[in-house]
Design a protein around this ligand. Structure first.
Ligand code: GLU
Ligand code: MG
Length: 452
């Protein structure tokens, strides 16, 4: 994904033999959807976009349309591509894709457009000369279809094991190649704890691009797996008794001079005062923010104590049970590498909403010069309830309903989202909570496996 213009896109499509160009967006249910144009209409569509019924942002991840004012059968918005996100897709024949903004017919950003929400939050940071940079790590489950119509893990190997690496090597090689071909810089790959679980991470980028990159990761992981006769799922908990799939968000704030505003050479943990304020803001809003970062029914099967997913609203240094971790910087370059990690995040999120919410919360901490409570340098689940109470350690919501109720009662976050996005988001996610309630674990797992 390089900065580009319409002429470049048209030439690249011609040279690459592209027949269909996908105009993509991520909806309130965290599902990536889109429409594709054939080459005959591409030049016009780059400017005009493709029409989308307003009802799609009231559609949940079971394709059940929810009653939301202003999102009925009448009215449309336009999916207008960001040309900088253009990529020829390496895992399907003759196809390219863009990520799109949702614009009203008067060309203004639509109130329910998630990408425009993140742009608004980005402007809030820019007003203070700050830029959020982030990367969402993708944990995912590789699986094989079973004759019964279900899935089983692709391997039965150990965490970080070379046996797993070798078994999945052809897939991993193709995955890295496909991501690089789309302009992403791959950083690490390894087999993770659960059978069939793998993880890949890409270099951090400015927040909007980081959200686009996360969608590219999700699309590419699933697409390349398919080419290899495999299924890949980024659902938070594809197997109830095995480690879940997180999408840990690593983030840092950069100033106008291009320096990492989280870095202070004189602080023992290298975290600056601004870093502490930002962290304190995210922590203060975290029980509500998880409604955006861990937003599916299946998310709360993952978000359990002692699974390294985080279950308490605490922070710590290299503490894998803390929702927020100060990641210790690289020896060779602490200034550029000190960053924070939010573990309470997964790939059933809409990354524009997750990063926009995180940025809003952190900026609130900066504005109010919030100081974080004492760090927790042990497993909070190992403390007694009384000890946790004394230390002011709060449990994160343990169900989607609880998280959504928290979000609804946080006017700072709902104001940031704006009325149309807040209302449609709550309606869609609440309807998913209702659809899975009383249905049993198999229905829940099957309902999330193929969508994320
Ligand atoms: N799989 C764990 C999760 O659900 C994370 C393991 C790790 O990378 O620390 O978040
Ligand atoms: Mg991991």
């Amino acid at each position: 994904m390089v900065a580009t213009d319409a002429e470049h896109v048209l030439r690249a499509c011609h040279d690459g033999g592209v027949r269909l160009a996908r105009f993509l967006y991520c909806d309130n249910g965290g599902v990536i959807r889109g429409k594709a144009t054939a080459m005959s209409g591409l030049a016009g569509r780059l400017a005009d976009g493709i029409g989308l019924t307003v009802a799609m942002m009231a559609m949940n991840s079971l394709d059940q349309l929810q009653p939301v004012a202003g999102m009925g059968p009448v009215g449309e918005v336009r999916l207008v591509p960001d040309l900088d996100t253009f990529a020829v897709l390496p895992y399907v024949p003759r196809s390219a894709a863009f990520f799109c903004d949702m614009l009203r017919l008067d060309r203004a950003p639509w109130g329910a457009c998630p990408r425009s929400f993140l742009k608004r939050m980005r402007e809030r940071a820019a007003a203070q000369g700050l830029t959020l940079r982030a990367s969402l790590e993708a944990e995912f489950s590789l699986a094989l279809p079973t004759p019964e119509g279900g899935y089983r893990p692709f391997d039965r190997t150990l965490c970080f094991s070379t046996v797993a690496m070798t078994q999945a090597a052809a897939f991993a090689d193709a995955l890295v190649g496909a991501l690089e071909a789309q302009g992403l810089t791959v950083e690490q790959y390894y087999p993770e704890l659960a059978h069939g679980q793998h993880e890949i991470s890409v270099r951090h980028a400015e927040a909007l691009r980081a959200a686009d990159n996360h969608l590219t990761l999700r699309e590419t992981i699933r697409g390349v797996a398919r080419e290899h006769g495999l299924a890949a799922s980024l659902a938070p908990k594809p197997w109830p008794d095995a480690a879940g799939n997180g999408a840990h968000i690593h983030f840092s704030l950069w100033d106008a001079a291009g320096g990492n505003a989280f870095f202070d050479a004189s602080a023992p943990d290298s975290l600056s005062e601004r870093g502490r304020h930002f962290l304190a803001g995210v922590l203060a809003h975290l029980p509500e923010l998880v409604a955006l970062t861990c937003p599916s029914v299946n998310s709360y099967r993952r978000l359990q104590p002692q699974t390294w997913s985080s279950a308490f609203a605490v922070w710590g240094h290299d503490n894998r049970e803390a929702a927020l971790r100060v990641a210790s910087p690289f020896w060779s370059n602490a200034a550029d590498t000190v960053n924070l990690e939010l573990k309470a995040a997964d790939s059933s999120c809409n990354p524009y909403l997750a990063l926009g919410g995180l940025l809003a919360a952190g900026l609130d901490g900066l504005d109010r010069r919030l100081e974080p409570p004492a760090p927790v340098e042990e497993d909070p689940a190992a403390l007694t309830e009384e000890q946790r109470r004394e230390c002011g350690i709060r449990r994160l919501p343990s169900t989607l309903e609880e998280a959504l109720a928290a979000l609804e009662s946080n006017p700072f976050l709902t104001d940031a989202l704006g009325p149309l996005l807040a209302e449609s988001y709550l309606a869609v996610r609440r309807s998913e909570a209702a659809a899975y309630r009383d249905q049993g674990v198999d229905f829940e797992i099957a309902g999330h496996f193929d969508k994320y």
